[in-house]
Design a protein around this ligand. Structure first.
Ligand code: GLY
Length: 310
């Protein structure tokens, strides 16, 4: 089995590991068997991601005679809707599930958020594991238990807090992403450094280009640091009654931009967050609660990496 790094999200009896490594799909059955015994595994992915990983996952489980099903959903933000949630719930219920069924969410933030919500609703809560395949989902949405679909009133307004049994991050998934998606994930990484860890920000200032060009060691370091910061915050404030709000840095403006653009491909989540962070700092400078040099540090960094923020 491949060597892995582990970070723990400490939430009492709902604590779970974030397992990080490379080529973990072929070891998935073994990794999951150490987390519990399950009556059925249902892997859920989207039409973009499924072609890369479902075969390997299927082979691992069917070799061990595990009851195994797959569901493939359309890709894209519009999948996070009531209509698709209903289809998904009915499909899963048609698979003879019980309380020992395990759901695997294999995909980016859309699949993680939607399938996490479905898992929290079915039989009042089914075990689920997040297997995030985008950089953005690996450093943010797969960790911390927020599940959601969108409403016409705004993004992520319908959801639950429901923690996974584990998060499994296999770094080779990054190789199939477009540069635009990598940069989108970098928005959340940069966010962590800005809200919590000056040293990490200076490290990103030196190594950000390497993260974006997928240098393995730098990606591992950036993902581990991001997950550590997120778990620390979630441990203190799981249900976002206080400090967890800082994870939304840049997201108020960012979500408005996404919503205004009708969640179209014109601008993605990360791209909106870069602009959102700059706008939040500009507004804070205007209110006199943030120094201009802080805003300049962010914009200089974005300019060095050729990341648009206007
Ligand atoms: N993405 C922000 C949070 O998980 O709280």
């Amino acid at each position: 089995m491949q060597k892995t790094d582990k970070i723990f999200v400490k939430l009492g009896e709902r604590s779970y590991p974030i397992i990080i490594g490379k080529d973990l799909f072929k070891d998935l059955q073994e990794i999951i068997s150490k987390l519990g015994s399950f009556s059925r595994i249902i892997a859920i992915s989207d039409s973009n991601v499924s072609k890369y990983y479902l075969k390997k996952i299927r082979e691992g489980f069917t070799k061990h005679n595990t009851k195994y099903n797959e569901i493939v959903l359309p890709s894209g933000e519009k999948t996070k809707s009531f209509a698709i949630l209903e289809v998904l719930l009915e499909k899963i219920l048609g698979m003879k599930i019980d309380r020992k069924t395990l759901i695997l969410c294999v995909g980016g933030g859309v699949i993680g958020d939607l399938v996490g919500l479905a898992s929290s609703l079915l039989l009042r809560g089914l075990n689920f594991i997040q297997i995030p395949t985008s950089l953005l989902a690996q450093v943010d949405s797969s960790v911390g238990g927020k599940t959601a679909i969108n409403s016409k009133h705004g993004k992520n307004l319908i959801g639950t807090f429901f923690q996974p049994l584990a998060v499994i991050i296999s770094l080779e998934t990054l190789k199939t992403l477009e540069k635009r998606q990598i940069i989108a994930g970098y928005a959340e990484i940069l966010k962590y450094s800005f809200i919590m860890d000056k040293k990490f920000f200076f490290w990103l200032h030196k190594n950000g280009k390497k993260v974006i060009s997928l240098d393995y060691k730098c990606c591992l370091e950036a993902i581990k640091n991001s997950c550590k910061i997120k778990s620390k915050i979630v441990k203190i404030d799981e249900k976002e009654k206080g400090i967890r709000e800082i994870l939304n840095f840049g997201h108020t403006f960012g979500h408005a931009i996404e919503s205004f653009n009708n969640y179209s491909k014109k601008i993605n989540h990360g791209e909106s967050i870069f602009i959102g962070m700059v706008l939040a700092l500009k507004f804070s400078v205007y209110l006199g609660i943030c120094k201009l040099e802080v805003l300049q540090k962010l914009t200089n960094h974005l300019e060095e990496l050729n990341i648009p923020y206007k």
